[in-house]
Design a protein around this ligand. Structure first.
Ligand SMILES: Cc1cc2nc3c(=O)[nH]c(=O)nc-3n(C[C@H](O)[C@H](O)[C@H](O)COP(=O)(O)OP(=O)(O)OC[C@H]3O[C@@H](n4cnc5c(N)ncnc54)[C@H](O)[C@@H]3O)c2cc1C
Length: 537
């Protein structure tokens, strides 16, 4: 049996495995990805991608490509509504425009693109940047020791079996993660509460849709609860069905159990509200509505990401976005630990940071499920709903890689009033960089970045020396009307909470690691000590 040697093995080549691969490749980390299927997604599944996800893609240099691919699949900025059937006149709006009220919070916009449209972009760019992908290949087992992980992979037709020796294994192998199971990691949370189906169908719905731009249509019909998404041409789509109400009035939350083509067609007709339109069922996919997360996202050298680490109902469109955020949190930590810039305990902060933020998304998806889909579910311990923008852009990381002196349990900050708190996403600010309009987010990517207020030049000078002393990629900018980042509106000191003389240090994932709201008598020592803490050196 041949043995490959690689720093990181990624298991799973769907949305989250490919995002991990793209971000590792962008950070220059050699790795191998194995995926059981022969190609990328064949079912659309996730389509609503949040601003934070688009910011991650922007930082990886693929925003334009994703935007272009998205335009081919959907009219962007559609509404999210609830109806009794597509033919009904009464429409309740959750969003009139998917980006309504959030346009100014980010240099990116929320996008509608399916996994069929997105995954090939992620795959191609990752491979162009040196990633090695083996499709039609599955992980069949692994063992880890103090120095690394030894995995056995097998081609799908069973004729090639190899071992892979890696420093780390990233499990992006989905909700039924074999890696999670073999690692003995239990699930926490609420478990499964419905066995659902997604019915893919063809039908000419152009007359029913009319000139309305509808991204997601929740169907609240006396006989079924679910949601529609349509193709841009209006002649195909899917209906996801969460539950049905049977003739005797009982609610059936195990719709998947007795589904066949005739039943699927009847459900689509009911949801359309018209019996005269020909409907052709293409396929039915079964899935579970669950709200759970792994009790640990890490077992020594094995790290769980995406649905392997958390599953949630699609209400809110958080699942895939949360997985991409896992990949983003993990990639720079792996890069810095592998190249020796950071100590290995930095990787332990992945579990702490992502588990708490992911469980928040899971609970918010559950709350939306109860409020929008199934009010019969227990709500006595349901989390109070938070607004979508705060879940997308406002979560707070608390870990040893964040130097925050506040001791509270506030889950999120409001991105409309961000404040630059350590542990939060560094907020977007329109600036000029090298004479061109930019977002302040555009300077975060590979290394650490120090941003100082208009009178904070001493911090910038200190950062240059600390970069040399610690041999850490560390760029500094004074953000001011006459700074290296030009802030004509002079809003940086308030937006980031630094005042004129203070500074923030931002991690490669665009999260504020540390902040000083004032000048220092000894900025070099302060910075050096704090960088030692954040890098575990
Ligand atoms: C109807 C529906 C609508 C949704 N809409 C949204 C939305 O709008 N927005 C959103 O953010 N999320 C949405 N989601 C959720 C989203 O689809 C998932 O969160 C996302 O696909 C998870 O990606 P993943 O890569 O973690 O897992 P998966 O997509 O499950 O991929 C795991 C991959 O690992 C591979 N694999 C498994 N085991 C092995 C092995 N041993 N060896 C090799 N490969 C292996 C599998 O073949 C698979 O390709 C939706 C889900 C559904 C069902």
């Amino acid at each position: 049996m041949t043995q490959r040697q690689v720093p990181v093995l990624v298991v799973g080549g769907s949305l989250v495995g490919l995002s991990t691969s793209l971000l590792l490749a962008t950070a220059g980390v050699p790795h191998l990805l194995v995926e059981r299927h022969r190609g990328t997604a064949v079912h659309p599944r996730a389509a609503s991608f949040h601003q934070r996800t688009m910011e991650i893609f922007r930082s990886a240099g693929i925003q334009e490509e994703v935007d272009t691919a998205a335009e081919k699949e959907f009219r962007q900025n559609g509404a999210i509504v609830s109806v009794e059937s597509l033919a009904a006149e009464d429409v309740t709006f959750f969003f009139r425009n998917f980006n309504e009220g959030v346009e100014h919070l980010s240099p990116t916009q929320r996008r509608f693109i399916t996994q069929i449209g997105l995954e090939p972009v992620l795959r191609r760019v990752a491979e162009e940047r040196g990633a090695r992908h083996l499709y039609g290949t599955e992980l069949v087992g692994f063992e880890q020791d103090d120095e690394g992980v030894t995995s056995v992979i097998r081609s799908r037709n069973g004729d090639i079996e190899e071992t892979v020796r890696s420093d780390y294994l990233v499990a992006a192998d989905g909700a039924h993660s074999k890696v999670r199971e073999l690692s003995g990691i239990e699930l926490a949370g609420r478990g499964t509460f419905a066995d659902c189906v997604t019915i893919y169908f063809r039908a000419d719905m152009r007359e029913l849709i009319g000139d309305r731009n509808l991204s997601v249509v929740y169907v609240n019909h006396p006989e079924l609860l679910g949601f529609f998404r349509f193709s841009i041409t209006g002649d195909s789509g899917f209906l996801a069905v969460f539950s049905t109400t049977e003739a005797d009035g009982t609610r059936n939350t195990h719709v998947a159990a007795d589904m066949d083509t005739a039943r699927a067609e009847a459900l689509v007709r009911k949801a359309l509200g018209r019996s005269d339109i020909p409907v052709e069922i293409e396929s039915v996919q079964r899935w579970s509505a669950a709200a759970s997360w792994a009790s640990r996202f890490q077992d020594r050298r094995v790290l769980l990401a995406g649905d392997a680490a958390h599953v949630m109902p699609p209400t809110g469109g958080f699942g895939g976005n949360t997985g991409v955020a896992d990949a983003h949190n993990l990639a720079w930590k792996l890069a810095m630990v592998l190249e020796g810039t950071a100590g290995s305990p930095l990787l332990d902060t992945y579990d702490v940071e992502r588990r708490s933020v992911s469980s928040l998304s899971v609970e918010q998806a559950y709350t939306r499920y109860v409020l929008r889909v199934d009010p019969s579910l227990p709500r006595d311990d349901m989390a109070a709903p938070l607004d979508d923008a705060s879940i997308e852009l406002g979560p707070i990381y608390r870990s040893a890689a964040v130097l925050d002196d506040r001791d509270d349990d506030v889950p999120v900050v409001d991105p409309r009033d961000p404040g630059g708190r350590p542990g939060t996403r560094a907020p977007h600010l329109a600036v000029e960089l090298h004479g061109a309009p930019a977002s302040i987010l555009d300077v975060f990517a590979r290394g650490f970045v120090l941003l100082a207020g208009p009178a904070g030049q001493a911090w910038c000078d200190a950062a240059g020396r600390v970069a040399e002393d610690l041999d850490v990629p560390f760029v500094a900018h004074r953000v001011a009307a006459d700074g290296s980042l030009v802030d004509r509106a002079q809003s940086f000191p308030k937006t980031f909470g630094t005042g004129d003389e203070g500074a923030v240090v931002v991690r490669p994932d665009g999260v504020v690691a540390w902040r000083s709201a004032a000048s220092s008598a000894n900025p070099r020592t302060d910075l050096e000590q704090n960088m030692h803490r954040v890098l575990f050196r």
